[in-house]
Design a protein around this ligand. Sequence first.
Ligand SMILES: *Cc1c(COP(=O)(O)O)cnc(C)c1O
Length: 347
Amino acid sequence: MLPDVPPPALRLGLDTDALTSNWHALNRMSGAARAGAAVKADGYGLGAAQVVPVLHAAGCRDFFVAHWSEAPAVLASAGPLSLSVLHGPVTHADAAFARAAGIKPVINSLEQARRWLQAGGGPCDLMVDTGMNRLGVAMTELGDPVLAGLEIDVLISHLVSAEDDTALNERQRLGWVHARTVIPHVRASLANSAGIALGASYHGDLTRPGIALYGGVPRPEMAAVLRQVARPEAAILQVREVPAGETIGYNATFTASAPMRVGTIALGYADGYLRCWSGKGRFLAGGQVLPVLGRISMDLTVIDLTHAPEIGEGDWVAADYALPESSIATGLSQYELLTLLGRRFGR
Ligand SMILES: *Cc1c(COP(=O)(O)O)cnc(C)c1O
């Protein structure tokens, strides 16, 4: 048998105090509604097994994933909770799994409603499409008798551009309010993270923040209350002296104009630290800022240690990864910056 594999030279720092604080802030901003949590895509890349227990301990009880395959990790991570699968029962096997596991499917179409009832039915959520035209029962289908057979807990709709001030927000809200009057349900939910900032009329009984829990700032007025949660960190594998005139990394995009001291870290684009950070990213250690030199490789990145002589091999450095600023710097969305972080990180 193989001995235990040693810990990796890269890890995803998770600030659990910040995660807790963000959920409380969003729950407070949700007023009379309760905040749930979107934990799809493995907790937005941070690890569902890591974020769900923290959110549950904070008081969160309603969780949302996209795929059925994401359900077990959430159920195994914390005590009693309500779990909804946003993609709904696409096959009879999905419906049977939901019933056996006590998970609510989000019903997205009349076909899914029929499939759920055929499998035996039970508590479910209903997605009503008020403008996304992606998933959800159309407004014109709300009178269909099959919906009357459902046992609907949360009546959901999803905002198209809650991060912008656009007339579409109010139009969608009115559609959701109309659906609430014609479809029997226990709770109603409209707002994602950005939607929470649109005010009490968007809150219903349950809000569904995702990105803001993890330190994304979808609307500027939310910046003051949200804290950074995730920090990619890597260990320095090797330190070297680079003479003036030498280049660093693939395609020689960086040339040392003076003698330099550089460090090579165990993080690359295969880990989600994409090539758009080449010559642009920055790392932090002991109050020092350590710029990225040259191209990001698949498994390696080189940083400037010239002005940080106390930092050496084996030391850990943290990427400057504040989401709003990183999004502006790279052109990647705050959502992409989190969900692309790879599987080699210790979490
Ligand atoms: C992903 C998702 C959310 C969370 O959205 P954020 O913008 O990350 O807050 C809420 N509701 C649904 C239906 C989603 O798919």
